[in-house]
Design a binder for this molecule. Structure first.
Ligand code: HEC
Ligand code: HEC
Length: 318
């Protein structure tokens, strides 16, 4: 090895060293090694909300209480559930299991369907809340599920489709009562009729009742899933309600009532209808009407005012 090669070698080492040193300096200049005193990204927090408070998320029970089974049937079709599920009593399994009677049933346990281990291993019941979690994102609820469906991000659509599933059985589960919201001012204006501080007397509530709102409530609360309202309309799960105001209780032709309602006697006066619709199971324990009740007095009055119009000659208001 001659001195020339030694020098080249030394030079190479030096160049590498200098390059290393310089690049280290450059890096240090670019990224100073001091700790940041202030976060590089500042998130502007809004001041305490005043006028424009964000709409609070409604408890799911409230969405169920206001759900619309008919709209849910449309969701069932539009979201593609129909492609994989049959809904009729005794219907065949397709890509997914038959869904008749699924609400309230054991999870992953329909006869004649081979479930993923993930869903059949759950073993709980399909309550409204469980169905809500499942339909939000099936793959998150039951990782490895066979249901190839992304989920329904819209909570109202989920509530409606669950209300529809609930109608697919002889005795649907009662709808949950809407939860009282923490503060009245936080409630979005459109959510529900404002609850009066103390219930006014029924005649007062009926005098200012909104018939159109009452009709809308019969849809939102699911009365229409069980009752027809037109003259001569068929009995469904519940009796036809044409001319019910002033009619003798439990007397509609061709309908088989529970013994308890049959045994009540008397007419459906405004006061009696009001008591019944507040909480059917308390008014007539053992009633066949699976419906939790209408907690809001004005909403009840609106519904009764609407029922009153279903007659050739509506009864006079009290
Ligand atoms: C691509 C086909 C497909 C679509 C679309 C689909 N499902 Fe399913 N669904 C399945 C399959 C498969 C299962 C069984 C999942 C498993 O075993 O993990 C299932 C299971 C279920 C269950 C549980 C049944 C039980 O017995 O436990 C419910 C409830 C359900 N689906 C409702 C729906 C609803 C509501 C929609 C529409 C919003 C929907 N599904 C869309 C295929 C589908
Ligand atoms: C899940 C089905 C279902 C829902 C939802 C339902 N009902 Fe009923 N309804 C029934 C059944 C069943 C009966 C008969 C009860 C009995 O025999 O004990 C009944 C009875 C009644 C009666 C008494 C009728 C008579 O001939 O004596 C009225 C009034 C009534 N329902 C109004 C309503 C209103 C208003 C709503 C909505 C706010 C509603 N129902 C929601 C099933 C339902």
């Amino acid at each position: 090895m001659d001195s020339m090669q030694v020098n080249k070698g030394v030079a190479a080492v030096l160049v590498a060293g200098i390059t290393f040193f310089v690049s280290g300096r450059v890096a240090t200049l670019l990224v100073p090694e001091q700790t940041l005193t202030k976060s590089a990204i500042t998130v502007e927090m809004p001041q305490a909300p005043s006028a424009a408070a964000p709409a609070p998320v409604l408890p799911f029970a409230n969405l169920m209480a206001a759900s619309d089974a008919n709209a849910g049937k449309a969701v069932f079709a539009a979201a593609g559930c129909v492609a994989c599920h049959s809904v009729n009593d005794g219907g065949k399994a397709g890509v997914g299991p038959n869904l008749y009677g699924v609400v309230g049933a054991t999870q992953g346990a329909r006869p004649g369907f081979s479930y993923s281990a993930s869903l059949s291993g759950k073993g709980g019941k399909w309550t409204f809340d469980e169905l809500n979690a499942w339909l939000t994102k099936p793959a998150a609820y039951a990782p490895g599920t066979k249901m190839s469906f992304a989920g329904l991000p819209d909570a109202t659509k989920r509530a409606n489709v669950i209300a529809y599933l609930n109608t697919l059985q002889a005795t649907p589960l009662p709808m949950p009562a809407a939860e009282k919201l923490a503060s009245a001012s936080a409630a979005p204006a459109a959510a529900a009729a404002p609850a009066p501080a103390a219930d006014e007397p029924l005649p007062v509530l009926l005098a200012k009742a909104d018939v159109a709102a009452g009709q809308k409530s019969t849809m939102q609360l699911g009365c229409i899933a069980c009752h027809s309202f037109n003259e001569g309309g068929k009995n469904g799960l519940g009796p036809n309600l044409y001319n019910v105001v002033g009619r003798e209780k439990a007397s509609h032709e061709g309908y088989v009532y529970s013994a308890v309602l049959k045994g009540k006697g008397g007419e459906w006066s405004y006061e009696e209808l009001n008591a019944w619709l507040t909480k059917p199971a308390a008014y007539a324990p053992g009633t066949k009407m699976s419906f939790a009740g209408i907690a809001n007095a004005q909403t009840r009055a609106n519904v009764i005012a609407y029922l009153r119009t279903l007659a050739a000659e509506p009864k006079p208001l009290p």
